[in-house]
Design a protein around this ligand. Structure first.
Ligand SMILES: [Zn+2]
Ligand SMILES: [Zn+2]
Length: 426
């Protein structure tokens, strides 16, 4: 281990100070590797440590390259795929955390607007990305479900999506209602894709649970336990989650005023994620809100930086992660100072594409270096066959009659003929 976790706080501060001008963010990473992972790593090592010769690989990796590191049997990889706000920003999508476990399981916690571009750049086969846990139903926490649903359907997911989420004060404020009506809103998309694609991956299974129940188990499979408890945010329904696996605990806090349940059930977390919102002054100066609105939003339904610090000082996680603000030079230091008034432990102020490797020994933060032009990667299960019958063609004869057929033949005939021959299709 290159940097012990107790040094991470000071190191991160230092790294922050240099990284935003140099685009080098990372904290060292040195995972004991064996077998396949060692091979994968040695072939793709980036700068780091001492390079022993002009034609040798660097021993440490300061960044994460998707698809090049096999997780250890007791290792968790946590990605920030969205850390921003409801208003769009190219640099920061809205809330989305992706957890990968050494047993192969992968879980989304929220899938906010714009976050799927970061997820796609990780080049994980869509078939493995089928479990989504929602903290609440604001668009900045589930707005990109549309992209995962339809995009994943076209690019390799072979079965339904599964969405877990809280109930609300009434049935129409709950996750089940939201997802059912999401599919109704996208009815044209659904019906037109159903005709050409296998319909199974276009389905969404919803598992709605009671938002009020404290520390209830909402998922238990394959050695993984996910629990939920209430959060205090805007209306009844929002929750926070913990994921426990192999004696480790990652807590994913959704939007909330500091709440007693988080203090109780996030205790002993290895990693505790919690919002730390823009200050009311920033909401006025930079987000265009009135002072009255800003103080209400910033301190009544969200958590201010000093309050985030108090929460972390109360629960004492091995590592704290703050998010849910536009993280830039003009904001981060004020927020950092606010947190540091009340908390001195290990801390990351998240930006998109940060990644943490978590084991019982250490927690290391790095940045992901991923391509802007990523393609979907095929998984081991081949895509299911398109439907052969039983689905009505949504394109009418009247529309088909408008097809332009030069020389009395299909405009695309030559290409179709040669493709059919190449792939032996009938
Ligand atoms: Zn919210
Ligand atoms: Zn939010």
């Amino acid at each position: 281990m290159k940097y012990p976790s107790f040094a991470l706080n000071r190191l991160f501060t230092t790294v922050l100070a240099i990284s935003f001008t140099t685009a080098v963010f990372a904290v060292g990473w040195h995972q004991g590797q064996s077998g396949q992972s060692a091979t994968a790593i040695s072939e793709a090592e980036a700068a780091g440590g001492t390079v022993k010769g002009p034609n040798t690989a660097a021993p440490d990796r300061y960044v994460y390259y998707p698809g090049t590191e096999v997780l250890g049997d007791e290792e968790i990889r946590l990605f920030a795929c969205g850390t921003g706000l409801p208003a769009a920003r190219r640099d920061q999508a809205a809330t989305c955390f992706l957890v990968e476990l050494g047993n192969g399981d992968k879980f989304f916690f929220d899938i906010g607007t714009g976050s799927m571009a970061n997820v796609a750049a990780l080049m994980i086969p869509y078939d493995f990305l089928n479990k989504v846990f929602l903290t609440h139903l604001h668009t900045d926490h589930w707005g990109d479900l549309a992209t995962l649903w339809a995009g994943g359907w076209t690019a390799g997911r072979t079965g339904p999506l599964k969405v877990w989420g809280p109930s609300g004060a009434t049935p129409e404020m709950g996750t089940k209602y939201a997802v059912e009506h999401f599919l109704k809103a996208y009815n044209w998309d659904l019906k037109t894709r159903n005709f050409k694609l296998n319909p199974a991956p276009g389905k969404i299974d919803v598992i709605e649970f009671d938002y009020k129940i404290e520390n209830q188990v909402v998922y238990e499979q394959n050695g993984v336990t996910i629990r939920s408890w209430p959060a205090i945010h805007a209306g009844d329904g929002p929750v926070s989650y913990s994921l426990e696996w192999k004696g480790m605990k990652v807590v994913i806090g959704g939007d909330t005023y500091p709440n007693k349940w988080y203090i109780k059930y996030a205790a002993n977390a290895d990693v505790a994620i919690h919002e730390t919102f823009l200050t009311p002054q920033e909401l006025v100066k930079m987000y265009g809100q009135s002072p009255q609105q800003a103080i209400g939003v910033g301190t009544n339904i969200h958590t201010s930086p000093p309050a985030f610090g108090k929460v972390m000082s109360a629960i004492k996680p091995r590592h704290a992660i703050g998010y849910h603000f536009f993280n830039e030079e003009s904001t981060r230091w004020g927020i950092y100072d606010g947190v540091r008034q009340t908390y001195s432990g290990p801390l990351s102020l998240a930006v998109d594409n940060m990644v943490w490797n978590i084991t019982k020994d250490k927690i290391v933060e790095r940045m992901t270096v991923s391509p802007d032009q990523a393609w979907s990667v095929a998984g081991p299960t081949p895509p299911p066959a398109p439907p052969t019958s039983g689905v009505a063609d949504p394109l009418s004869g009247a529309m088909k009659a408008g097809r332009w057929n030069p020389q009395a033949t299909d405009a695309q005939k030559d290409l179709v003929d040669s493709f059919m021959k190449e792939y032996k299709l009938k």
